[in-house]
Design a protein around this ligand. Structure first.
Ligand SMILES: C=CC1=C(C)c2cc3[nH]c(cc4nc(cc5[nH]c(cc1n2)c(C)c5CCC(=O)O)C(CCC(=O)O)=C4C)c(C)c3C=C
Ligand SMILES: [Fe+2]
Ligand SMILES: [Fe+2]
Length: 351
């Protein structure tokens, strides 16, 4: 525990997320920002730029059509803002006497990380807590955001603590279990049924290079399953699968589309839950709700229940509040919420 005065601090909590286009015109430049990131395409600058320009141009048309299904752009920013306000409310209770403000820093679209770093500097915090809205650590998401932040916030005021991951944190796991149970019951508690834990996929080579994401996704699913003993068992099983494959590389599997087909072919009711996204966005509202639902029906499935993303579910926001409270009372510069620390963690190190 830290010594010295505890109250009266100005605490900035910075929520990291990927960002999404706010309208049709933003789709191509958003995709360009994404594909020029060396965390996404591991190639030298002079290869990455033309590749990013090519992929963003060729992918833009189909991506625009998908964003059009959600009203033209991504709901990710308004959803993340709601989480920021809910977290401020929880922290006002947890840390009375301190002033807490939650900022949003997106990686590939507004508000971009550099812009948010300027706003945080201007707010002059005593403490900065970096909180990725990625419960499972990946080099492609968490590490990429942290790198962009460290560059933009160099010499910024305040002591910084990073919450690198929280794949098995109590409230996070409980919130998932509660939402899954509620959706299963709403669907009529069908049997036989399968719960699919669907996470964003990654190229196999990223995992082979030591990225802990897949192991942490498995840890999350196992922890949620432990809390679902009342519905899992005879006639109800579960599986992890991976969605949103992009590009020609081999990605980790099994893929969500194969698992949806297999379950529907076998006559199982499906309960599909996003397990690595904490808010609704294109991968849940289009891929899970439209594309995979259609696939299930094409394969003879009759029940396809989709569990909502965590959003502002009280157990989840309360869990984030606990993590932030622990971070500001910790001596360490990185707080890892995993039982097997991720590579980000250097115990005792301070930035
Ligand atoms: C766990 C979260 C995510 C991981 C891991 C991740 C890796 C990853 N993503 C791409 C390519 C795309 N991702 C896109 C959108 C997108 N991805 C995530 C999350 C993770 N990505 C989010 C939150 C979003 C934003 C969605 C929104 O509503 O705007 C897109 C754009 C959409 C599309 O064209 O499909 C692409 C492309 C790669 C290549 C990758 C790992 C290598
Ligand atoms: Fe993605
Ligand atoms: Fe971690």
């Amino acid at each position: 525990m830290k010594s010295g005065p505890q109250a009266g601090r100005r605490i900035a909590v910075v929520l990291f997320n990927l960002g999404g286009p706010d309208g049709q015109a933003a789709v191509r430049p958003f995709l360009f920002n994404l594909f020029r990131d060396p965390a996404i395409i591991q190639a030298p600058f002079f290869v990455r730029y033309p590749v990013a320009a090519l992929i963003s141009t060729t992918r833009a048309k189909s991506a625009r059509a998908n964003y059009a299904l959600m009203g033209g752009g991504s709901p990710l920013l308004p959803e993340t803002e709601k989480q920021a306000r809910a977290l401020e409310a929880v922290l006002a209770q947890r840390l009375p006497g301190d002033t807490v403000k939650a900022f949003v820093a997106m990686r590939y679209w507004d508000p971009l990380t550099g812009e948010t770093a300027k706003a945080v500097k201007a707010w002059k915090p005593d403490e900065v807590v970096l909180l990725p809205l990625y419960p499972q650590y990946s080099t492609t998401t968490t590490a990429s955001s942290l790198k962009a932040w460290n560059k933009a916030y160099r010499k910024g005021p305040g002591r910084t603590t990073t919450l690198c991951c929280y794949p098995t944190a109590d409230g996070f796991v409980q919130a998932h279990a509660d939402l899954i149970r509620a959706e299963y019951v709403k669907a009529g508690s069908p049997k036989p049924a399968r719960i699919l834990f669907s996470a964003h996929g990654l190229p196999e080579k990223v995992i082979a290079a030591g990225d802990p994401y897949q192991r942490q996704v498995e840890a999350t699913a196992a922890a949620v399953v432990e809390k679902l003993g009342d519905i899992l068992g005879e006639g109800v099983d579960w599986k992890i699968c991976y969605q949103s494959r992009v590009g020609p590389l081999k990605w980790i599997g099994p893929s969500t589309d194969d698992e949806v087909k297999a379950a529907a072919d076998a006559g199982l009711a499906l309960v599909v839950t996003p397990i690595a996204f904490v808010s609704e966005h294109i991968e849940t509202l289009v891929e899970l709700d439209v594309e995979y639902r259609e696939l299930a029906y094409e394969h003879g499935g009759s029940i396809y229940a989709r569990v909502p993303a965590l959003g502002v579910s009280p157990a989840f926001i309360d869990c984030l509040g606990t993590l932030v409270t622990e971070a500001v009372s910790s001596e360490a510069s990185q707080v890892c919420g995993s039982d097997r620390p991720c590579p980000q963690t250097r115990p005792g190190a301070r930035a």
